[in-house]
Design a binder for this molecule. Structure first.
Ligand code: KIV
Length: 269
């Protein structure tokens, strides 16, 4: 494994393809970002912030100012992992100019390394426009949560021939547009394998099989903080909810019984 004394860049991620699996998780806040920074190759400040941190119904409810605030918090407390910001719904679909203006704001005001866009063939020209103007773009294909209302729910993609063809075409269009990486969400294994094997850039999977060049999950999901609708593709690696509950219960009991605070927690006594 390569060790770096500086923050990883998108070219470091590119060099990892065929050499080592790329590790990634989401972070929206300082405590989580600090903990995962030394362990991850990149951190995504996902638009899942809207659901996970704010309890909203979908990622469509993420705002640009919120994206900037959360991404800046993650960049400011990390030094190892490449940081990628997820462009929120409505911040890049209107026109090339709108996409450039908002992506440039995110890069300039947060110091992050790249942006991620949910991008099918129709949006690939936007990706090309951004890349040609110095904005590194990761293209998110397959299950695109910002299209949830069109898809009629969060459904695995690439299970029929038509869907498999569409995803391969989306991949091809975004590769031709200059995306530095593809993120494949909820994609059937044969399709994910085909795209990973036929792409020169790193393909990162979430619910898209081990055939991908790396994996990403929502951190809260793998820690057991994800709630009842955690997707099937998540593996829970820890039960942090139980740890939080036990700690908070002990605190509440101590307060109720006058056991906390003790003299060492007080001033002037
Ligand atoms: O918003 C997000 O967290 C994402 C991941 C699910 C990849 O896009």
């Amino acid at each position: 494994m390569t060790t770096h004394t500086r923050r990883l860049t998108i070219t470091d991620l590119a060099a990892m393809k065929h050499q080592q699996k790329i590790t990634a998780l989401t972070a929206y806040s300082t405590p989580i970002a600090r903990l995962i920074d030394p362990l991850m190759d990149f951190i995504l400040v996902g638009d899942s912030t809207a659901m996970v941190a704010y309890g909203r119904r979908s990622t469509l409810a993420m705002g640009l100012e919120e994206t900037i605030a959360h991404t800046r918090a993650v960049v400011d407390c990390t030094q190892h992992a490449c940081v990628i910001a997820d462009m929120p719904f409505g911040s890049y679909q209107e026109s090339f100019a709108q996409a450039l203006r908002n992506c440039a704001r995110v890069l300039a005001e947060t110091g992050c390394d790249a942006v991620k866009l949910e991008s099918n063939q129709a949006l690939a020209p936007t990706v090309a426009f951004l890349v040609e103007r110095g904005i590194p773009v990761m293209a998110h294909i397959g299950l695109m949560p910002q299209f949830v209302n069109l898809m009629g729910g969060y459904k695995a993609q690439g299970l029929t021939e038509t869907s498999a063809t569409t995803i391969k075409q989306d991949a091809q269009a975004n590769l031709a547009a200059g995306a530095f990486s593809l993120l494949l969400e909820g994609v059937a294994e044969p399709v994910a394998r085909y795209i990973s094997e036929h792409s020169a850039v790193p393909c990162i999977g979430i619910g898209a099989s081990p055939a991908c060049d790396g994996q990403i999950l929502v951190t809260e999901d793998l820690l057991g903080l994800g709630g009842p609708n955690t997707p099937r593709f998540v593996k829970q690696y820890a039960d942090v909810a139980a740890v939080i509950r036990a700690g908070c219960e002990r605190y509440a009991n101590d307060v109720r019984q006058g056991e906390f605070p003790q003299p060492q927690h007080c001033y002037g006594c």
